[in-house]
Design a protein around this ligand. Structure first.
Ligand SMILES: [Zn+2]
Length: 69
């Protein structure tokens, strides 16, 4: 039923890890400087915006939390 391999390796289909668009050679593996900056910001863990740490404390709307192990 479920197709396991949809992404075949070897295919020249590297995508921008940020938005999934075809990368530009100048900004590989990203498609643009914008996406490169986004990735860079992630790596640095710094936000240009106000640093507001989001606490994973939001209640699950479905009421189905992860299984307790
Ligand atoms: Zn991109």
């Amino acid at each position: 039923m479920a197709e396991i391999t949809k992404l075949k390796p070897g295919r020249k289909g590297a995508k921008c890890p940020i938005c999934g668009r075809p990368p530009e050679p100048a900004y590989r593996p990203f498609c643009s400087k914008r996406c490169a900056d986004v990735d860079l910001g992630r790596w640095l863990g710094g936000d240009y915006r106000v640093a507001t740490e989001e606490t994973p404390d939001e209640p699950d709307p479905s009421g189905q939390l992860a299984k307790k192990e």
